[in-house]
Ligand binder design. Structure first.
Ligand SMILES: [Zn+2]
Length: 317
């Protein structure tokens, strides 16, 4: 059953606030810049043809000129981000039309800019479970509604002359609505927040699920990507190594929390003992504690988690 009937801006804004104010992300907040510098930066990830990513705030958004039109991956956090993305797409592709939009998930920092892309003739790709949420956002807009494709496993997209795989986890992972895009010709993998290079994987979404996340990492690994572009952190040619770092962290957290749950350990003991654990490459103590408690309150003895959004998120207006 789809529990999301519309966009939940209050929840998304809260999540964005948690990201923006958490200590690890403070290090990636834009440094003060000279007034004449733009509030974003746009570059090509590697030596890829016709692909760009831009860092708008803390989040990367990407686009690919397929020849006949542009595939956009994530729409930014705000209307201003969305405007900047569209301007940069027009500049870098010489005004090619946006014909496809893929949303890696619905966290505010990645896709609250979506409504600023409406109305659009583009086809929208989202996790199949997000179509209900998206319908609310589209219904509130004016003009022609776009076609929305809900992905429940994987689809092959021939966009222009370029082949992509767009896939979704079978269950919850970073969120309930994750999606990845694999650019087949360049073997570039756009992971959203499923893999965040040099950044702590975040488990604070009420629907985050360790086992589901670990499972989708297996699939990402099997793609044989030669480059990885995350929502947060720098693109890297070391896709396999980054996937492995994330997997190692999640497996360590799963083992630790499952053991504590079997012991029926109080939360204070969980965070206390966690402080002496080395679970990952990137996670400072504060974020480890946020991650651990968020999952510990929902985890069962077998390591599965009870989705928390239905209980903890106010009903959408
Ligand atoms: Zn996220």
């Amino acid at each position: 059953m789809n529990r999301s009937l519309s966009f939940r801006p209050a929840r998304l804004a809260l999540l964005a606030l948690a990201v923006a104010t958490s200590p690890a992300f403070a290090t990636e907040a834009p440094k003060p810049k000279a007034p004449d510098m733009p509030p974003f930066e746009v570059v090509k990830p590697f030596a890829t043809d016709n692909s760009w990513y831009g860092r708008f705030g803390v989040t990367n958004c990407s686009w690919i000129d397929t020849g006949d039109g542009v595939l956009v991956i994530d729409t930014g956090a705000t209307a201003l981000d969305a405007k900047n993305i569209k301007d940069e797409i027009a500049r870098t592709t010489k005004n090619k039309p946006i014909r496809w939009i893929a949303m890696t998930h619905l966290h505010s920092d990645s896709n609250d800019g979506f409504s600023s892309f409406l109305p659009t003739d583009a086809t929208i790709f989202v996790n199949a479970r997000a179509t209900g949420a998206l319908a609310g956002a589209i219904a509130g807009g004016t003009g022609k509604a776009p076609t929305v494709v809900g992905v429940s496993d994987r689809v092959a997209l021939l966009a222009g002359k370029r082949a992509f795989e767009i896939g979704a986890p079978f269950g919850n992972a970073h969120t309930a609505y994750d999606l990845y895009v694999f650019d087949t010709p360049t073997r570039t993998l756009y992971t959203g927040d499923l893999v965040t290079t040099d950044r702590c994987p975040m488990l604070s979404d009420p629907d985050s699920d360790l086992k589901g996340w670990i499972a989708v990492l297996e699939r990402l690994d099997s793609l044989g990507a030669q480059a990885l572009v995350p929502s947060r952190g720098n693109p890297t040619p070391g896709a396999a190594a980054e996937i492995e770092k994330t997997r190692r962290y999640l497996k360590s957290m799963l083992a630790f929390l499952t053991e504590k749950k079997k012991q029926n350990a109080p939360e204070a003991r969980v965070t206390g003992e966690l402080a002496s654990e080395k679970l990952g490459d990137y996670c400072p103590r504060e974020l480890n504690a946020i991650n651990a408690l968020s999952v510990y309150r929902r985890i069962l003895n077998d390591g599965t988690t009870v989705p928390g959004s239905a209980a903890s998120v106010p009903a959408a207006k």
